[in-house]
Design a protein around this ligand. Structure first.
Ligand code: ARG
Length: 445
């Protein structure tokens, strides 16, 4: 295969860019295209079949092209075809391969399409797959939190505001809060998936083509329920949809950051409410006594990678309408951001399931003054003006007798509070959210 021909296939003849310029324009991008490549191949098959349906390709030609594309897919996954800097990008690599194997026939594949809609459809399929995974992982984390919340529903622990002891709380309330938060993240990811569920293919460079492309048939073949109709809207969505996908990753990562913070705090000798299992702990190279919560700390810090990716894409999106090569640079933050989120979220359900709690430490941290709010409200319920009851309880703070934490939790009957956690309701919503996550095609591996 004359790869150099394909590296410069789109260059102005006689003025091919030199190596340094080529490396600058495409160096990292073609490597990132490895992630999009299986999706690009799948979309190319759909495009070829669409061309056949409108009579641009014969059945025979279309079948030959599809079987070559299948062969390329096999070669790619088996490592016999390497997508590297010999090619300008994954899109030209497909055309180069087909040309190499079938000459003129291969040259027909690009009829009616542009690399702009090729990258749009490949990225769209990639984002759908990854956001589906994020929804599924968020659901699995919510389930693990809910399980632990159920098992330890009435175990007392201190509730904090400002990191100061506030009122008696429970593991059920603490972990139930994460179950509900991650359930919201499933819902958010599903709403992003609904927006992503529109085929951009068949809009060419952003202005359509003078061919009656079977866009609807191609969309159905690719598993999209509708078309993204306007060709310019397709180009202008590049980067915006990347942001939405990264946001679908950001929300569970932010919840995870909070959970990781809680865990790192509660695992200290000062609190010692929670024991992290040994596989999540590392020692120190100099201090023989150390057992550090490195995994939890890295989970906490990983959120920064997603935030950074969002800012990077946002900064690129200061553009007029239509395609601009700037948009290519949204690929790296998208791919890395979603990869980091997937990697982090995937290890969380097991971590949550393996947490061990120390009920004595938690109970001992509930001091008598923490019942002051209960006392004030009991008096208010008995008829005292609340402000008066508040001041009375405040004056008695130093002398409040110890109270039973379980009793206090059981009395906290405002809906959602410790005496009425409604974990079943949270679980029912979670199940229904999880059942709404669309199936992944598993294309990208
Ligand atoms: N690598 C390019 C990108 O990601 C592919 C599209 C190239 N299109 C073009 N008109 N130069 O944006």
């Amino acid at each position: 295969m004359n790869h150099l021909l394909w590296r410069s296939a789109t260059a102005i003849e006689g003025d091919e860019p030199g190596d340094a310029i080529m490396e600058f324009m495409t160096g990292e991008d073609v490597i990132l295209d490895r992630v999009l490549f299986p999706h690009d191949l799948r979309a190319t098959v759909a495009h070829v079949r669409g061309l056949q349906r409108i009579g641009i390709l014969t059945r025979e030609d279309s079948e030959r092209l599809c079987s070559l594309l299948d062969e390329l897919r096999g070669d790619f996954f088996a490592g016999r075809f390497i997508l590297d800097r010999r090619f300008e990008d994954g899109h030209s690599a497909i055309e180069a391969y087909l040309h190499d194997k079938s000459g003129d026939l291969g040259d027909r594949v690009h009829t009616g399409r542009s690399r702009n809609d090729q990258v749009a459809v490949a990225t769209r399929l990639f984002m759908r797959e990854r956001v589906q995974e994020i929804a599924t992982l968020s659901g699995a984390i919510a389930q693990a939190c809910l399980e632990q919340a159920r098992v330890h529903a009435d175990w007392p622990m201190p509730g904090y505001t400002h990191l100061q002891r506030a009122v008696p709380s429970s593991i059920g309330l603490w972990l139930g809060s994460f179950a509900e938060a991650f359930c919201d993240d499933v819902a958010f990811a599903c709403s992003v998936l609904e927006i992503l569920d529109a085929s951009p293919l068949g809009t060419a460079a952003g202005y359509g083509v003078n061919l009656p492309l079977d866009r609807a048939g191609v969309a159905t073949e690719l598993g999209f329920t509708r078309l993204q109709i306007n060709p310019m809207a397709v180009q202008n969505a590049r980067g915006k949809f990347e942001l939405m996908s990264l946001q679908a990753a950001l929300h569970p990562m932010q919840d995870l950051r909070r959970l990781a913070w809680d865990l790192s705090l509660f695992a200290t000798a000062e609190f010692a409410f929670v024991r992290l299992p040994p596989q999540y702990i590392t020692g120190s190279s100099i201090m023989p006594n150390k057992a550090n919560p490195d995994v939890v700390e890295l989970l906490r810090a990983r959120t920064a990678s997603i935030e950074g990716a969002l800012v990077e894409v946002q900064s690129i999106l200061s553009l007029p309408s239509g395609y601009h090569r700037d948009l290519q640079l949204s690929k790296a933050p998208l791919v890395r951001g979603l990869q980091f989120a997937r990697q982090a979220l995937a290890i969380v359900p097991e971590l949550i399931r393996s947490l061990a709690f120390d009920p004595e430490r938690m109970r001992n941290a509930i001091t008598p003054d923490m019942f002051a709010t209960d006392i004030a409200l009991e008096r208010a319920a008995a008829g005292a003006p609340f402000r008066e009851a508040y001041h009375q309880a405040k004056n008695e703070l130093a002398n409040l007798p110890p109270r039973d934490a379980e009793h206090s939790l059981a009395q906290r009957v405002s809906p959602g509070a410790c005496g009425d956690l409604q974990l079943e309701q949270i679980g029912a919503r979670l199940e229904s959210m999880i059942s709404c996550i669309p199936e992944t095609s598993g294309e990208g591996g």
